[in-house]
Design a protein around this ligand. Sequence first.
Ligand code: AMP
Length: 380
Amino acid sequence: MKVLGLIGGGQLGMMITEAAQKMQDHISKVVVLDPTPNCPAAKVGAEQIVADFKDEKAILELAERCDIVTYEIESGNSEILKKAESKAMINPSPETLRIIQDKFLQKSFLLQNNLPVPEFVEINSLDDLKEKIKKFGYPTLLKARRDAYDGRGNYKIKSQDDLETAYNTFAGKPMMLEKFVDFKMEVSVIAARNTKGQIVTYPLVENIHENNILKITIAPARVSESVSKQAEKIAHDTMAVLHGAGVFGIEMFVTQDDKIIINEIAPRVHNSGHHTLQSSQTSQFEQHLRAILGLELGSTKLIHPTIMYNILGTDEFSGRYKIADFTAENLYLKMYGKEESKPQRKLGHFNLVDSNDTLGINGLLELLESIKKQIKFIKV
Ligand code: AMP
């Protein structure tokens, strides 16, 4: 029996906690470290240490109290986590995290291992940017190398006139320049590797973003079998070189000529894997725990086509809210227990499952349109 430590207790931590509670033969309890008192993971029963994600003392205390420590955020301090390795097993390993959390190191690592990434280069000054962009042309993306998610660390440079503004947006931070990929679809593979080296991948899914935030995941992706096989192989090969144990979300682009290019790896359970809660025998959350506990990994087969829809806070108001009741057949709603809404905040999601295999993806998308109209926020 192990005590599980969790850095980050938002919705991902909450769903990991719920999965842990169903694995009572292996996990006795969950302790979460999160700065928000009564965070979503604590609300469903995890013990909580209230502290910042980078608080060294608190991380060491967490490792002291637990047998295995994992995380739902990629912004942890890998150096502190390395120190904590003497007290508890940490997975994915701090070294894997160190590589992944710096987009430039991550892409360099993938390139060295012959995995497909967009062309990229490090940027060290405005003059450096002015020089290097000549090779890339326009548009090109300037990216902050670290602590950037949901597109917040990207600046699309459309012409020479944008160069200074783009550079000043991230001034003082390490940056990189990346070739703009004219993709026809954004997709991802949820993959897992256990501590013994067993690797599994879930079927390729399609992701639709709004304002750089994931809105809809379609499982399976509407691509040919050869594209999904290509993507799943790339995900498998990525897991083989990364060495970390756990579930990883591998985001990719499908190019106009059906090639796969890796955009980014998340060393954690991923929003595009939430459909597995209903669509698969093993949810990504259970799979993550199986991986870090060194258990045999579970089936990743997609049982029924499913779409996942993220419920995000609206621009209309911020503050305490509730959602008006809404329902549909084969709709599984999961709210994250966040009391206050803010624009674009991830408040919950639902999965819509084609349980009788009669609707197909188009039927599910039509159903989604009618359900969306029922989602109403009520200020409380
Ligand atoms: P990121 O935070 O780097 O994953 O990027 C957020 C979003 O920006 C992605 O989901 C893509 O829509 C877009 N994006 C990132 N990199 C590229 C690229 N090299 N070419 C085109 N679009 C990109």
